[in-house]
Design a protein around this ligand. Structure first.
Ligand code: PLP
Ligand code: COI
Length: 357
């Protein structure tokens, strides 16, 4: 497929102070846009200046949330390269999400080539400071002008780029998480295992209540019995219990995180015993009371490896790690980011070169 490029005539000022980037607040000069209609399939692939879109008020995704997204990062290495981390996994997962939401699949190889081209054009936007990266947000949404509840006939696939720092304001300092007992995020057979925008809309109420109590995010329990641990709002979770590293098994309602998969592969490579299994919240409190719960951390593209320092379950507030990052979390963070920033050997071939800068 052809990819047309129109460069901006008004390049924006790049952020001068990279310590103040935050997450997802600033956008680069260009974006990738592609359209779908039944006659042409996916077509009209273009890189254009970042700017407003024209959509109609009856656009289906505004009403019924037929939209999906992805999140990955581009890094600037010390040797002056721009690299992506496991991007084929993201486009594969985007198509899983597309299938679940009745959205036509995209050509994964073409999408990656288009992203590389976009990154090459906006390469100066990839931040340099330690801990920063260019967050890449591909997303697909329905654009048909129609109020019936039915898969749309028209879609847009867009990729935007955002120079970002840490997702949590606390950076690598341990976060406080609150176990959600009332609201649920997903059930098996629902959309929890894909990145549907609607999953995040329904999580806002619980997140808002957690924030009011001083916690960063909620830890969701399974939607049926509310007994088993699932995941956090924007990350998968791991618990070091005795000699085992336990992470909830993927049973259809948890997002199969790419960072989760990478953490499991790294930990196993180092000889740790990682177990993917159902983990009851009662087992966790018991392990805490017995002194066997040694560490807890979250994994995610935006969150990277995020130590959990405080976990509230009903009236019990578990304090973990004495306000410091745990040994395994630190080792994972150092090695994962070392591979991503091109500072450590990449034995798995996860890091993909885009261009020199
Ligand atoms: N779980 C949820 C609900 C998420 O939104 C994310 C972020 O993408 C993750 C887990 C972590 O997934 P990944 O490691 O692929 O970013
Ligand atoms: C990511 O980590 O890329 C995500 O998609 C999380 C997002 C909801 C901020």
């Amino acid at each position: 497929m052809e990819l047309s490029v129109t460069l901006t005539k008004q390049p924006k000022q790049k952020p001068a102070d990279e310590s103040k980037l935050g997450f997802g607040k600033i956008f680069t000069d260009h974006m990738f846009v592609m359209d779908y209609d039944p006659e042409h399939g996916w077509h009209n692939a273009q890189i254009v200046p970042y700017g407003p879109l024209e959509i109609l008020p009856a656009c289906t995704s505004l009403h019924y949330s037929q939209s999906v997204f992805e999140g990955l990062k581009a890094y600037r290495t010390k040797t002056g390269e721009i690299r992506l981390f496991r991007p084929t996994e993201n486009f594969k997962r985007l198509n899983n999400s597309n299938r679940r939401l009745c959205i036509p699949e995209i050509d994964e190889a073409f999408a990656l080539e288009a992203l590389k081209k976009l990154l090459e054009i906006d390469r100066e936007w990839v931040p340099k400071s330690p801990g920063t990266s260019l967050y890449v947000r591909p997303f697909v949404f329905a654009t048909e002008e129609f109020l019936g509840v039915h898969p749309s006939s028209h879609y847009k696939f867009i990729i935007i780029l955002s120079p970002s720092g840490a997702y949590y304001a606390s950076g690598l300092n341990p976060v406080g998480i609150y176990v959600e007992r009332h609201y649920v995020r997903a059930v098996r057979g629902g959309t929890g295992e894909v990145k549907a925008g609607a999953n995040y809309a329904i999580s806002l109420k619980a997140q808002d209540e957690a924030e009011k109590e001083g916690y960063s995010q909620v830890l969701w329990l399974d939607g049926v019995e509310q007994k088993y641990i699932e995941e956090v709002g924007a990350m998968n979770v791991f618990f070091v219990i005795g000699d085992e590293i336990v992470t909830p098994a993927l049973r259809g309602s948890i997002l199969p995180g790419i960072t989760r998969k990478s953490a499991i592969e790294l930990l196993q490579h180092w000889g740790y015993q990682v177990v993917e299994r159902p983990l009851a919240v009662d087992e966790l409190t018991e392990a805490y009371r017995d002194g066997r719960l040694r560490e807890a951390f979250g994994t995610g593209t935006a969150a990277v490896i995020s130590p959990i320092g405080k976990l509230k379950i009903d009236d019990l507030v578990m304090e973990l790690g004495g306000g410091k990052i745990g040994e395994i979390s630190q080792k994972l963070y150092d090695n994962l980011t070392g591979i991503q920033w091109g500072e450590l050997a990449d034995p798995f071939g996860w890091s993909v070169k885009v261009c020199d800068v």
